[in-house]
Write a protein that binds this ligand. Structure first.
Ligand SMILES: Nc1nc(=O)c2c([nH]1)NC[C@@H]1CN(c3ccc(C(=O)N[C@@H](CCC(=O)O)C(=O)O)cc3)C=[N+]21
Ligand SMILES: [Mg+2]
Length: 296
């Protein structure tokens, strides 16, 4: 079997075009421009690249982008004060504090200081609780992007066996909640899972989100399964820098029915969903109908 490649880059462009249409409509009919504030503490090069790319795409869909770059040794007090200012700014509908934060800052405390209605990452405990109980919430961007691709490929996911490898609060746990919400039978596997190869071999859907380059070999993949590769790992091979996923793409593509590439799979969908969430937050803040097909 040669897997169908799920083109996340093209899918993300379509999602962004939908968002742009809705933003234009909001401006025209309601005089409202959605605004996204991104806060970056420190100068991690990878984070700077992502923040730049988010800002560019925010403007491309017609939204206002507010970038706040803080010194690496910013105090928790100052960061909390900025978040509070953004919480109270009516021009800001979405707030994203880029993670990871420098070690001296308490991530949980900072994330939970964001107004849950503006928490476009969906990391606030209120949103986590709402998602876990099937109530309307802000849904984390990466899992939402994965869900959109899975629904697009399969239609219904009902009754499918899904294995999520990785138990992070950012990807693994919310991904499992979303798959459960779509009536999959869900297993969350992790570094202590016994017989991981056999657990993965029974899955119709494999979501790999561990952050270890190419750790899932093709012979763990059931023939015809759908593979969603969340990993974005920079490695050096043959003297060159390369971006690879958590899945060994070549061997997995020889067995899977469908697979997302790295780059060009989940990554672009994450940013598209961030913009979709910002639009959703803006509509909710203004008591306007929510865009269809852009939320879970
Ligand atoms: N509060 C918070 N929210 C986040 O959503 C968040 C974060 N912190 N911290 C960092 C991670 C990482 N992240 C990515 C987004 C897009 C790509 C992406 O578009 N990747 C391209 C390739 C980019 C490249 O070439 O490096 C791709 O996969 O095709 C990657 C990674 C969001 N993150
Ligand atoms: Mg920390």
């Amino acid at each position: 079997m040669v897997a169908q490649v799920i083109d996340g880059k093209a899918f993300a462009a379509k999602v962004r075009a939908q968002v742009a249409d809705q933003v234009a409509k909001l401006k025209e009919e309601n005089g409202i421009t959605p605004g996204l504030a991104v806060v970056l503490v420190g100068e991690d090069p990878a984070s700077q690249v992502y923040v730049r790319s988010k800002g560019k795409m925010t403007v491309e869909v017609g939204m206002n982008s507010y970038e706040h770059k803080l010194d690496v040794d910013t105090s928790e007090e100052d960061l909390l004060a900025l978040v509070e200012k953004l919480n109270n700014d009516p021009a800001v509908h979405g707030i994203l504090v880029q993670l990871p934060l420098p070690k001296h800052l308490n991530e949980d405390l900072v994330i939970n200081s964001i107004d849950p209605a503006k928490d476009v990452d969906g990391f606030h405990i209120s949103n986590v609780g709402l998602l876990g109980t099937g109530q309307k919430s802000m849904v984390p961007c990466t899992p939402l992007g994965c869900l959109m691709m899975l629904r697009d490929h399969h239609g219904s996911l009902s009754g499918m066996d899904a294995v999520v490898i990785g138990r992070s609060n950012i990807v693994g746990k919310p991904m499992a909640q979303l798959l459960l919400g779509d009536s999959c039978t869900v297993t969350i596997a992790h570094s202590r899972t016994k017989d991981l190869p056999d657990v993965v071999r029974r899955a119709d859907i494999v979501v790999a989100a561990v952050g270890r380059p190419e750790m899932v070999p093709g012979d763990w993949i059931k023939e015809g399964a759908t593979v969603i590769d969340v990993g974005i790992n920079r490695i050096e091979r043959d003297g060159k820098n390369k971006l690879v996923g958590d899945v060994d793409y070549a061997s997995a593509a020889a067995r899977a029915g469908a697979i997302t590439p790295v780059p060009g799979g989940v990554g672009p969908m994450t940013i598209a969903c961030l913009l979709a969430n910002t639009l959703t937050a803006c509509c909710r803040a203004n008591k306007l109908p929510e865009p269809e097909g852009l939320t879970a």
